[in-house]
Design a protein around this ligand. Structure first.
Ligand code: SAM
Length: 241
């Protein structure tokens, strides 16, 4: 796949410009020259063939040659609410969720916490989404929402969506997947608990809101393993259907 660059502003004409780290990478790491070909995307689902027109001190001007709608999204919308782990583990989780095709990730705070997300840490996670999308060919960005409390997340979802919370002892995921149609507009919403697990009160609240507990096997998984195990199972099911 050709080198891909993310353009913040929607591309709607024959010119586009790269700034910030994208411009730095193209100019100083790839040592681009006027006339070089690149692929651009702006998060709208479309990718663009483009050519470097000029390289400035902090901005690269590009000539847009062609646009192509390339569908690399999942056939169903997957929302992942997760009490994010610390440090590199949270960046890794976010990057892999974007690669797998999650539409929206919501950092959760529950009774047993979840790492607090400042505006700057959310910014770093959004940057990780862009890097993952450049690499995996995705032309829409996974949304990283502001942090939500678990009660808000539980009650905020479409009642006709499939709502699963990962909980040892729940229904085995292999029993739930066959009932998931390959196309299901309400989508699937998944909640993953913090290191200490969901409290009994949180489990009761989730069940009262119509969420289903999902078991992922006999081992206790770390947060990121549990999150990606559910998402990967959904992806394998809907993309093979
Ligand atoms: N001490 C906690 C317990 O025993 O429940 C472990 C929590 S685990 C590190 C973090 C989260 O991952 C859990 O709250 C749950 O959402 C999910 N999880 C981990 N292993 C799981 C499994 N085997 N089945 C379902 N969910 C699991």
């Amino acid at each position: 796949m050709a080198d891909r660059y993310f353009v913040e502003a929607p591309i709607d004409g024959t010119r586009a410009s790269l700034v910030g780290s994208e411009a730095h990478h193209l100019a100083h790491v790839m040592r681009a020259k006027p006339g070089d070909a690149v692929v651009l995307f702006d998060g709208s689902g479309v990718q663009f063939e483009a050519r470097v027109a000029s390289i400035g001190r902090s901005e690269i001007e590009l000539e847009v040659l062609a646009r192509e709608a390339v569908a690399r999204e999942l056939p169903i919308r997957v929302t992942l609410g997760v009490a994010l782990p610390k440090g590199d583990r949270q960046r890794w989780l976010v990057e892999k969720a974007a690669e797998l095709g999650v539409a929206r990730l919501v950092p959760l705070i529950g009774e047993r916490a979840g790492e607090h997300q400042s505006e700057s840490s959310l910014g770093r996670l959004r940057r990780a989404v862009i890097e993952a999308s450049k690499q995996c060919g995705r032309n829409r960005l996974m949304e990283v929402s502001p942090q939500q409390t678990l009660p808000v997340f539980l009650s905020d979802q479409r009642p006709d969506s499939l709502r699963w919370f990962a909980q040892p002892g729940g229904t085995p995921i292999g029993e739930l997947l066959p009932a998931l149609p390959a196309e299901f507009p309400p989508g699937v919403v998944i909640a993953i608990g913090p290191e200490g697990g969901f409290t009994d009160a949180e489990v009761a609240a989730a069940t009262a809101h119509g969420w289903q507990p999902v078991d992922l096997g006999k081992r206790i998984l770390r947060i990121e393993t549990a999150a990606l195990a559910v998402v990967a199972a959904v992806v394998a099911h809907v993309e093979a259907s």
